[in-house]
Design a protein. Sequence first.
Length: 551
Amino acid sequence: MKISKILASSLLLCLGSTVLSQGSISGNMESTFQYLLDDEKIDAEQPDEKALINSYVNVNYRNSGFKAGMRLEAYLPAILGYPDRFDGAGLGYRYVGYENDLVDVTVGNFYEQFGSGLIFRSYEDRALGVDNMMNGVSLNLRPYKGVTIKTVYGRQRFSFTEGSNVYTDGIVRGADAEINFNQWFPKLASSNFRVSAGGSFVSKYQEDNNTQLVLPENTGAYGGRMEVAYKKFFINGEYIIKEQDPSQDNGYIYNYGKGLLLNAGYSQKGLGIVVSAKSIDNMSFRSDREAALQDATIGFIPALTKTHTYNLAATLYPYASQPNGEVAYQADVIYKIKRGTKLGGKYGTDVSLNFSTAYAPVQNTSNVNPLDSTRVAYDSKLFDADDQLYWRDFNVSIKRKLNKKWTLKGSYFNISMNNDVLKLTDAKGIIESHIGVLDVQYKINRKNTIRAELQGLWTIDNKDRGDWATFLVEYTISPDWFFSALIQSNYGNPVEEDQIHYPMVVVGKIWGATRLQVGYGRQNEGLFCVGGICRQVPSSNGLTVSFTHSF
């Protein structure tokens, strides 16, 4: 019996080696290691293990239309700020499938998105500790030129415990169809118009285990989208309706949900303009009605805010989308003043303006009986906003290359956020801040560049933790080495003992597809956000080493 198993294993190994030798293999690996210390000044505690690590290895195989892949993951334990449900080492992602011009089928784990993601988005963001991948079947069809049909069926990943995936109890089913009319109609393809449209339906099933309420076990969401473009103009929109979905998020009310996204823009050489609007009401949609934070999300609420990269603007007062209700607007203008003009200078001058704001929606309870058995809590209308401000951000940046050596960039940010809603700190009410950034770059020669940033943040009436400053200097030896030193300082905190400094130094080396980075210093406590999705990061002091390699 043992000899048979050995022979069978050897035969499979030989066959596998023959098959793999005829296809292509690609992938990447990534590791982040932390060694943390106690730091009473910032309330940072050394974990019992002292050292933490996240590691991933992706391997993908392709041979004609056949595809297969897997991802090995290790959290021993997970790095600081990650959900504690990520633990152990094992197989975190695996799939097999086949693809040709007509069909693309995947069995196992997969990621997918319908439209803007408002109705369905399965994705991974390791920086945020978000991974709601599907486990099931994905079937995509391209039955006719310009027509794409997507279907998904499965459960979402909830956690990775003791080296194995744990999936939600809820089952997610969905279909999406999109038509590119320019590919469908040859005459339209030769015109200046571009037209596409799509529609989606997604439902979830979760058993009703509530002893107090009668909960719908099947909840559907449906909607459509369209985009029209003419020469340099475009406009698109998506509207989604979600059926009754009582959950922990909405207090177990039986209201329908609705969401509308609109974008319009114009672009030409040297000028780009985009305006956006969003109206969201009761659009939290999860495969587990008891889940919270970023767990088991089926839909994704895009944030109509600029993604800031400068330290103070990005980390202290970020904005998280409000799926239970918000009315938001954003406008973006990018303009390049022509080179050779008085204002543009020899190389031209880049100017960018951005404004975004979000308000609470009006939820009218005057015609609703709270004792009514329907448990419909309020009436609402699209883009009907009240006076309660959630967020407002006005920012402007001007970048100018003075000569072959020097480049200057100046930025100003005015950010107001309602901490009673967003709850980023212990402060109450609206926190308004002014942020200024001076970014200077000097190119020593073809390979050596030095860049420095000086940033300041000032809060109105010295609210919250008062004023901050950040100084950063980077030195790059292209294409191999980079060095940076940063210090973030809460020098203006009203409480003198909390006027804390957060220094950090980083050294990195690149060898083609391999990158190694070593950093040491303090990390300020707060929210880390990307695209309106946030995770809480506790304060820390210690060493961080990251390694990436692609093959």
